[in-house]
Design a protein around this ligand. Structure first.
Ligand SMILES: *[C@@H]1O[C@H](CO)[C@@H](O)[C@H](O)[C@H]1NC(C)=O
Length: 247
């Protein structure tokens, strides 16, 4: 009886192993800093998913870091922190800060920050990805899947919006330099601009003159909570997904 059970267990694990191998090709995640200054990427997994690379690390100008993506479904967001001082448990960033530490370890970043949103290995090994400035903009970025099948375009918000940001959206350092561009929601905190409460549905959550500024500059990016779902792309089994800052 016991050995029959064991056999069954072995058979099921072999089977599920086989299924995993067949469904999910190994994938590499690469984060590139193409900016002329260092960034501290942050990675936040959606609830229940693994923390990758401690959730954050230092990335000098013109360098990259590659690591293996989880071999199972995973979703989350990647952003850049800029203007950081300190180190380790005491890292404070002018933009994208996550609780004042290097490793975000599950925490998200402070707005405004440009986001790469990714969902790996869902459905029939689809990877979906998008660029969002719903929470504002701090650094231009692009997301590029490599060697995938199907609909796998490069998506980007490339312009440096900190240069053109309307003054009421500018985030400035105490010394006065503009380091990021807030969303209308972040700047004014109204239910309407934040698509909260009665404005939290595809019908009532609308673009605003603020989101339209982002849309003009970055048509491929999500600019408000219920922006067109067609901005998310689905690519089958890419071998690598690259997020490039300042590109
Ligand atoms: C973007 O513009 C800001 C404000 O002018 C500047 O400080 C920053 O260095 C620029 N970023 C890049 C990548 O050129």
């Amino acid at each position: 009886m016991a050995s029959a059970k064991l056999l069954l267990l072995v058979a099921t694990s072999v089977l599920s192993c086989g299924v995993i191998l067949a469904d999910y090709a190994p994938m590499t995640l690469t984060i590139v800093n193409n900016c002329p200054y260092p960034v501290w990427p942050g990675i936040q997994a959606n609830s229940g998913h693994d923390v990758l690379e401690g959730g954050g690390f230092f990335l000098p100008a013109l360098s990259h870091r590659s690591f293996a993506a989880p071999a199972h479904p995973w979703s989350g967001r990647i952003w850049a922190r800029t203007g950081c001082t300190g180190a380790g448990e005491q890292l404070h960033c002018a933009t994208g800060d996550c609780g004042g530490r290097l490793q975000c370890a599950g925490l998200g970043g402070a707005a405004p920050a440009t986001l790469a949103q990714v969902s790996l290995h869902h459905g029939n090994d689809q990877t979906s990805y998008g660029v969002s400035v719903v929470d504002g903009f701090n650094v231009g970025l692009s997301v590029t899947p490599h060697e995938g099948r199907g609909n796998c375009p490069v998506l980007a918000c490339r312009k440096n919006l900190t240069e053109t940001c309307p003054s009421e959206l500018q985030l400035r350092t105490p010394a006065g330099s503009v380091v990021a561009c807030k969303s209308g929601c972040e700047a004014f905190r109204t239910d309407e601009l934040c698509c909260r409460n009665m404005y939290n549905s595809p019908r009532t959550c609308r673009s605003s003159k603020y989101s339209e500024f982002f849309k003009r500059e970055c048509p491929q990016a999500f600019t408000y909570a219920h922006d067109s779902p067609s901005l998310t792309h689905e690519c089958a089994a890419p071998r690598e997904l690259k997020v490039i800052f300042c590109h």
